[in-house]
Design a protein around this ligand. Sequence first.
Ligand SMILES: [Zn+2]
Length: 132
Amino acid sequence: MGDTSGRYLPRQQNRTLDLHRGLRRAASSVIVQLQTGKIALASYLGTFGAAPTTECPCGLGRQDADHILTSCPTYADMRNEVLWNEAREPDYRRILSQGPLVKKAAQFMLRTRLLGQFRTLPPSYRVSASGS
Ligand SMILES: [Zn+2]
């Protein structure tokens, strides 16, 4: 193989497809983590000793998905930009029950870099190829 005129393009296309598959997988696994509450935040990790405390470093309470998504002051600017740029929704359960918002919630969580397993994703990460 490699001796035909089409040898460059297919290789490039395969790499691009692999990348997009990986990105979508990250987003969907964050959404599952948000919905189950089993997410790498202090409120969960601290319950079995994987974090020194269940409290958020901001000092305002437990560091759970509700706190990070709706009230933590550390991420206020990012929240306004990523999550609430169209309609402000302070209800954590409602965020997770609406398709467009839950995708933004996943993007926001990835952007905070709080979830260690996803820290290698680029800041330009989008949860879907259409950029929504
Ligand atoms: Zn906080």
